[in-house]
Design a protein around this ligand. Structure first.
Ligand SMILES: [Zn+2]
Length: 123
């Protein structure tokens, strides 16, 4: 059965963000961003913690299961240095009858074989 990835890549979940969720390092900041969105959509808090920079990682992370993430659009992915990058994205969600969207510019840095999320500015 074709199970599309939450991040909207058009690939299967297992061939896309599922690989990162099971331990494959992200090749770039956009790939990490997509995998973090898919982790929010799937309630994978352990992955969200792991892909967060140690200095900004929250001690605990609780997701609201009523908030359903319905789409991701990557608007910009830009290197800001040899080991740093920013990604601007818009994510949409639904909670009961209510829908919403958030646009954020996130900062990432290379960490070992992969990338981690540092922080983000919500517009
Ligand atoms: Zn994906």
């Amino acid at each position: 059965m074709f199970e599309p990835c939450n991040c909207g890549s058009g690939k299967t979940y297992l061939g896309c963000c599922g690989r990162l969720h099971s331990g494959t390092p992200a090749r770039d900041a956009e790939e990490l961003m997509r995998s973090r969105y898919a982790a929010y959509a799937r309630g994978k808090t352990a992955y969200l913690q792991k892909s967060w920079a140690v200095e900004t990682r929250p001690l605990t992370l609780t997701l609201d299961p009523a908030q359903v993430w319905t789409g991701l659009k990557i608007e910009r992915h830009e290197a800001t240095g040899p080991d740093t990058a920013i990604v601007r994205f818009t994510a949409t969600w639904r909670m009961g009858a209510q829908t919403g969207r958030m646009t954020e510019t996130s900062r990432f840095r290379r960490d070992g074989a992969g990338w981690v999320y540092i922080d983000g500015a919500v517009e």
